[in-house]
Every structure is written in C-alpha cells, then in structure tokens.
Design a protein around this ligand. Structure first.
Ligand SMILES: C[C@](O)(CO)[C@H](O)COP(=O)(O)OP(=O)(O)OC[C@H]1O[C@@H](n2ccc(N)nc2=O)[C@H](O)[C@@H]1O
Ligand SMILES: Nc1ncnc2c1ncn2[C@@H]1O[C@H](COP(=O)(O)OP(=O)(O)OP(=O)(O)O)[C@@H](O)[C@H]1O
Length: 270
C-alpha cells in the first residue's frame, strides 16, 4: 500500500514555558503543506522486516527510522506480519517542516488500514505521541491550534484556501533539540489564537515565531530569506518550526526566476 506523508508549517510559534519533563509548552497553529514524501509498505516476501529509502539521505540506522519505529509500536499490541517498507524522501530533514514526524504518523495510519486494526484517530494520536511531539498532528492533518508539546489540539477557523506558498530550505539542517536549548520561554502578552483569526494581511505585525529570536542572529541567511520573500510580495513570511525553512504566503502564483536557485524550493497552493 502507498501513502503520501505531507509536511506542516507553523503559523506563529510561542514557546511559553519549560516543563518538568524537559520539553516545552507551546502555542501554534499547525497547517499542512503539500511538500511530501512517498511511503510504501508491503507484506515482506522474505518474511523479514526491512527498510530501504531513496531520494534524500536519511541519517541514522534504518532500524531506527520513524517508519519502522511506528511499525514496532503497533507490532507490540497487534499480530502484524513482517513488512517491507520503502520511503522516498523528498522533504528536507532538520527543516522545521515535521517531515520525519509525518512519515511516522502516516505509517501508523497506513498500517491501521492495511491490516484492518480498527484504531480510531484518538487512539492513533496516542501512539503517535510516543514517537515525537509533532507526530500526532499528522493523524488528522488539517489546520489545528496546538498547545502543550504541540500534541493537544483545538479547532481554529484559519483557512488559507486560495493562497499560494513558497518554502525555501537554505541547505541548513537545524537540530530541534539544539534550537529548543537556545530558547528563553516567556508568556505571551497577546493572544495568538485571536491574532490568527484576524486578516492574513495583519499577521506581519502580530504573528511571530519565537525561534527566530535566537536563530536569526546565528544564521543571517534566515532573516535575508524572510526579507526577500516580503520583497517578492508575500502577504506574510516566517520561519517554520525550529527552522531552517522560511516560507512566504502570497495572494497569487509566484514567479521568482533564479532568486533562490542555490536552495531547495517548494511552491504550491494552500
Ligand atoms: C519545533 C516544532 O516543530 C514545532 O512544531 C516541534 O515542537 C518539534 O517537535 P519534534 O521535532 O516532534 O520534537 P521531538 O522529536 O518530540 O523532540 C526533539 C527534542 O526537542 C525538544 N522539544 C520538542 C518539543 C517540545 N514541545 N519541547 C521540546 O523541548 C526536546 O529537547 C526534544 O528532545
Ligand atoms: N523518516 C524519517 N525522516 C527524517 N528523519 C528521520 C526519519 N526517521 C528517523 N529520522 C531521524 O530523525 C532526525 C531528524 O529529526 P528532525 O526532528 O530534526 O527532522 P524532521 O522531523 O525531518 O523535521 P523537523 O526539523 O521539522 O523536526 C534525522 O536525523 C534522522 O536520524
């Protein structure tokens, strides 16, 4: 069976406090974007679990790949047959797009369907939480307001249908753990949820990603890209997650000949 894990951007990201478990509480709207991988799972002909990948290289041991970790998690509770997993990796890693988390969540959903496990979305979200903070979002994979570790969801009426997006990954992998280590949590003065309900044209003055404060001084390419996206006509531009991808939201399709030719760029409709 084939599935197409997507990625996400963060519309605003506030890191509000460090938790006793070492993680951080946050506030953000997660929004799915179409930059995605291709994941195939078939019953293993050799009766042994295997993982292969193509496309972008994935650091680390294949047995530790999030797709296999998702399989092992379900295998502990269900009588799953051995599977052969192939991942074609297209979403850059350490990009703030949750690409690895999406692979894990989509693997859980695929296995649930392929082997008729009968798990509900809340049950799948509980499994996903064990694999990473961003993972549970990709079970529903629709715009959601996220709190706690980014894994507790509320409805929010943010609809970017009709807008266009440009994502620029400046060939710079930023480790999520290191990005969090550089952050000073603070309670926000304004209410992000309410700010997100205002017109997108207002967001430039109100909606902020707290990771920009610590990462922009270290990586000048990041504020440069954000400025370039605004110069190109973006209604709103920001870094996503813990970086390094910077995105711009536009009213119309974007023509940017060679402007970001040194970098990995994805353009699409929202
Ligand atoms: C930056 C975001 O992408 C925003 O959407 C996410 O918070 C990152 O989530 P993620 O990549 O799924 O992160 P995880 O794999 O769960 O955790 C990686 C590391 O990031 C830190 N971490 C992550 C999430 C969180 N809410 N607080 C944290 O402090 C922890 O040091 C953790 O060891
Ligand atoms: N399917 C996968 N895709 C990407 N990384 C994976 C995957 N499975 C395991 N990993 C490991 O996770 C690490 C990437 O984690 P990281 O959280 O930085 O990236 P990400 O989930 O792709 O994006 P983000 O920066 O949004 O969190 C890689 O270095 C790799 O060792």
């Amino acid at each position: 069976m084939l599935t197409f894990p997507t990625s996400k951007i963060n519309l605003g990201l506030r890191i509000t406090e460090k938790r006793p478990d070492g993680f951080h509480n946050l506030q953000s709207c997660f929004y799915p974007v179409g930059w995605g991988d291709i994941l195939e799972v078939i019953p293993a002909p050799a009766h042994e679990v295997s993982f292969t990948s193509s496309g972008l290289p994935i650091p680390g041991n294949p047995e530790q790949n999030l797709c296999i970790r998702a399989y092992n998690l379900l295998k502990a509770d269900f009588n799953l047959p051995p599977v052969q997993v192939h991942l074609h990796k297209l979403v850059p890693i350490g990009a703030g797009l949750g690409g690895g988390s999406a692979d894990a969540a989509f693997a859980l959903k695929l296995l649930n369907e392929q082997f008729a496990l009968g798990l509900t979305n809340p049950q799948l979200e509980d499994y996903a939480r064990l694999l990473g903070s961003d993972c549970a979002f990709f079970i529903q994979n629709r715009p959601l307001y996220c709190t706690q570790k980014g894994d507790v969801f509320s409805e929010i009426a943010v609809d970017l249908n009709g807008y266009y997006i440009v994502l620029v990954y400046p060939n710079l992998a930023i480790s999520t753990a290191e990005a969090y280590a550089g952050i000073k949590p603070r309670q926000p003065e304004a209410n992000l949820y309410e700010q997100l309900l205002e017109p997108v044209a207002n967001w430039r003055h109100t909606i902020h990603n707290d990771f920009e404060d610590s990462l922009f001084p270290h990586y000048p390419i990041l504020p440069q890209l954000k400025a370039q996206l605004y110069e190109s006509g973006a209604v709103y531009a920001s870094m996503s997650g813990s970086g390094s991808t910077v995105y711009g939201i536009f009213n119309a399709p974007v023509d940017m000949p060679n402007q970001f030719s040194d970098y990995r760029v994805w353009k699409g409709k929202l």
